[in-house]
Design a protein around this ligand. Sequence first.
Ligand code: G4P
Length: 532
Amino acid sequence: MISIQKGNYNMKRSQLETEINKRKTFAIISHPDAGKTTLTEKILFLSGAIRSAGTVKSRKSEKFATSDWMEMEKQRGISITSSVMQFTYDGYNINILDTPGHQDFSEDTYRTLMAVDSVVMIIDAAKGVEAQTKKLFKVCSDRGIPIFTFINKMDRQGRDPYELLEDIEEVLGIQSFPMNWPIGMGTTFQGVYDRNGHKIHLYNEQKEHQTYTLENEDFTSHTLKELIDPDQLFELQETISLLNEAGDSMDLEAIKQGKQTPVFFGSAISSFGIPAFMEHFLELAPEPQGRESNNGYIAPSELDFSGIVFKIQANMNPAHRDRIAFMRICSGTFKKGMDAWNDRTQKSVKLAQGQQFFAASRGNIDEAYPGDIVGLYDPGLYQIGDTLCGTKDTFSYGKLPQFPPEHFAKVRAKNAMKQKHFYKGVAQLSEEGAIQVYKTAAMEETIIGVVGVLQFEVFESRLKNEYGVVLEIQPLPHTCARWISNDQSLKIESTNYKAYDQQGNPLIIFENDFALRWFQNKNPDIELYEKR
Ligand code: G4P
């Protein structure tokens, strides 16, 4: 009797492990214009998930990238709301979590990076590591997740490849391992040499890329000399032997810990280097990983289901006015209709419908596994950071970090008759984590705080389109907010605001760092907290 149960148990676990090993969940990060949309489209195209990779140019005029689905994104040709794309590639189930590529970003971006197992970082060969990439990289490296680098636009004249690698090492503080090496650049770009596969991938503008396999790293063959300019071939040979002898070797453990990044050179626009990149990426990127909980480490192969809500999005489909909670499955199997325990509310919920995403389109699913992102219909049951478990009172993954806002604005509805809709919209967007909302102590005015200024525009546009409220936004010069434990008889400078957050906790919004330090010096007994 017991052995039968054990047998079944093992079979289930091995099936679950097979599913886990088939999955890759990652995000693509970059500075605007480095080529994130282009690369994403090409990967989707190569996977067969889309029939034509609409060029970015046409996206910016009237056709749009598959991952852009909000009105503002369409107008601006940028991706604002992190969306999810699920498809199969070479037998793997891929979950790409899209992160905004624009200058400003929100908490949404940060939290999305909490839900992935690895990251693809795109760098423009002409620009090297840019500001936005640095910020996003920091969030990833703090978590110690593997980072794969794609240096894009090799078909254009860019910076010296050595210099680009130095840039990655110095600016980001991570070791780099070039997986391939470019042969020329811009007008002289002839292709790349794949160091592990010992292959030369030849580039041509007509996109008919050919591959040539080298025996014993012999660069002197007759055929090769006919294919590649002899001077460039000689230089390549020298570089490769230098890299082999003096360069760092590939260190799988360091890659796993995010201490070494495999680097690939390519040209996304012409699909050049992408199949080879994907081949290595799928081989090296980790399968869905486990997580720490308040009851120890939970492996994805634990049979008991668990998931974490990392994003909430309302009105994804304006026709239905719905709200979706995005859950990453962390362990076990998700089954449609299953009961799950929400640790925060201490209530059981029926996961009646789960949805999978292909950017804007969705489909119902019956089963999903660790690494998968499932959209749950949310009539107000979930909050960001909620843990859902198959069994009552087992564990919780703990809250996702909340990032302190850096920009503030006073907001109100232009039309006083729209007050009710205004408050509804503000509360909704605050629950989604898109904005933080405060009420000033003196006048009860509404102040919103955001991580990136573009969120103000997103906020304005969403209130108008989804709640019919035209806003009056008055940006404030203030730059930081600090929670205080007790606001009794507290005197503050008139340039700062005393306010309350949505839960009624007191805080001070300071005009700048100087004002913050001034306050601290004058009130050494008052504790200030950056996070609530
Ligand atoms: P993003 O999502 O990271 O913001 O970048 P996106 O893919 O939109 O690409 C930004 C621009 O770079 C696009 O040009 C795109 O065609 C171009 N691009 C992407 N990959 C490559 C590449 O491998 N080589 C070259 N030469 N260009 C590439 P655009 O905005 O349509 O026009 P323009 O900026 O070129 O005028």
